[in-house]
Write a new protein. Structure first.
Ligand code: ATP
Ligand code: MG
Length: 466
């Protein structure tokens, strides 16, 4: 028997032990906490499994800590918070599944039953907390060995494990990506054979795991596994559509799927922001729909940034992602992602820079990060040239920003002022005048101040036109 007392050194475990002994209950800390402690990962969620009543033990612990038990509405799981720790108490259970649902039929069970219902060997480790078992590591499936060898493996038959609860397929890949583990061969084959079962899982749950894959340090690792297993073509066909290279005459184009994954990894090296990562993932999503071959010229993806931005709300909605300013931000980055590089093809104009600053607003730094991540050429000369150009754009952005303060800029002349000056009602003309003033400032015809804008407005008098 292995002693693992050093993993339960937190004083809360003595409290739980004391409560369990008073009630004469057998209990264990199990799952993610044990795994993360062994791996030296930070962790604050503690799952306790009780042979018998979870609620009784939870109440006893709460009374010792002088705190309160909350009960999760959906699952009836008692939990309590203490300092920054979240404790959950569940009775040990035995589960059996029906084909049409991931909700099992549950019966009371032993610790052994409870460990068998866990998804992976590394998540089935338990450490005893009552005085009979205090500090004893119970590892029926060699999870410790799998942690050491960095392996994700199901404790029981993989096909059954994944068919019973298909969310586990997403979890397997998410853990592999998060922890940089390998999915053991038989378990991975199990995912491949059960991939179509993912259809009984709600997108909320799929997205929760997918976002954890996106947030891992090399997200391409997890997304490639999703692709190889067949899950990606079910949950995210738009991404799979980016795959492949076509060659006609002497003209080819890059594989936009692997390019996208490279851009995602590049962005992830510079930022942990989930929305910037979504923007990287979707930046070329409009390419398949806009792909065109022209004889003597080759391939083009004209306006793929506009089409991609338009495809994004439907994708967000399917993934149950927020349809608020986060969506707006992702769409903005997609639609602007060609602008910075376009600015330097000939020479950098002040007006191009001003317009970019105006359109990107506070997201200009993220946009530049995305654009630099977008350089995935294998030709070192090209890379050098692009980066030289980006350096020029960055310098120019800084210069114009300091001079003109165009970030989050509002034109100095409001619609109100236009209506009062010309004594006209709200109308299309007001909008047009406002736009012309705005253009004149962005194009550098007039300076960005009230006085010059006012004088310029007077030259646009709509009442003298016609
Ligand atoms: P993290 O909290 O980092 O996401 P975790 O392993 O703690 O990882 P939770 O979702 O908190 O994951 O679940 C706690 C434990 O419950 C897991 O370690 C595992 O033993 C078990 N578990 C969770 N989801 C499943 C599932 N779908 N099938 C089987 N066991 C599961
Ligand atoms: Mg957890």
């Amino acid at each position: 028997m292995k002693n693992a007392e050093h993993h339960i050194s937190h004083p809360i475990f003595k409290t739980i032990s004391q409560a369990a002994d008073t009630l004469q209950l057998e209990c264990y800390v199990i799952g993610g906490y044990v795994r993360d402690k062994i791996m030296n990962r930070e962790t604050n969620d503690i799952d306790i499994v009780v042979i018998g009543s979870g609620i009784k033990l939870a109440e006893k612990v709460a009374s010792i800590l002088k705190t309160q038990v909350h009960v999760f509405k959906n699952f009836g799981t008692p939990m309590l918070k203490h300092d920054n720790i979240e404790l959950e108490f569940v009775g040990a259970r035995k589960e059996s599944y029906h084909h049409s649902s991931r909700k099992p039929i549950v019966e009371n069970g032993t610790l052994d039953d409870d460990q068998k219902r866990r998804d992976f060997t590394i998540n089935a480790l338990a450490i005893g907390l009552d005085n009979q078992n205090y500090g004893v590591l119970l590892d029926p499936f060699n999870g410790l060995e799998d942690i050491k060898n960095k392996i994700i493996r199901t404790p029981l038959e993989p096909e059954i494990t994944f068919s019973d609860d298909p969310l586990r397929m997403m979890r397997a890949i998410r853990f592999a990506s998060q922890l940089k583990f390998t999915i053991e061969d038989r378990s991975f084959k199990g995912i491949c054979s059960q991939a179509n079962r993912i259809e009984i899982i709600s997108y909320e749950r799929i997205t929760e795991e997918f976002n954890k894959i996106l947030l891992s340090s090399t997200p391409s690792y997890g997304i490639n596994l999703l692709d190889e297993s067949g899950l990606l073509s079910i949950i995210f066909p738009e991404l799979v559509a980016l795959k492949g290279v076509e060659t006609i005459e002497k003209y080819g184009h890059k594989d936009n799927f692997y390019h996208t994954l490279q851009v995602l990894d590049n962005v992830s090296n510079g930022s942990n922001d989930i929305w910037l990562r979504w923007a990287a993932l979707l930046h070329d999503i409009g390419k398949p729909a806009t792909k065109k071959f022209t004889q003597g010229f080759g391939w083009s993806f004209h306006q793929h940034e506009i089409v991609g931005s338009r495809m994004t709300p439907a994708i967000f909605s399917r993934f149950k992602l927020p349809l608020n300013e986060k969506l707006k931000y992702v769409r903005k980055l997609i639609s602007l992602h060609l602008r910075p590089i376009g600015l330097v093809e000939d020479f950098v104009t002040d007006s191009g820079i001003r317009r970019l600053l105006f359109d990107a607003g506070d997201d200009i730094d993220d946009l530049m990060l995305l654009c630099e991540a977008d350089v995935t050429s294998k030709n070192p000369e090209k890379i050098k040239k692009y980066f030289k150009n980006f350096t020029k754009v960055r310098a120019k952005l800084k210069e114009i920003e300091e001079k003109d303060k165009l970030r989050n800029w509002q034109p100095p002349i409001t619609g109100e002022i236009i209506m009062q000056t010309f004594n006209i009602p709200p109308s299309r003309e007001v909008g047009e005048i406002k736009q012309q003033i705005c253009d004149a400032i962005l194009d550098g015809e007039i300076d960005n101040n009230y006085e010059e804008a006012y004088q310029f407005m007077l030259t646009l008098d709509p009442t003298t036109k016609k």
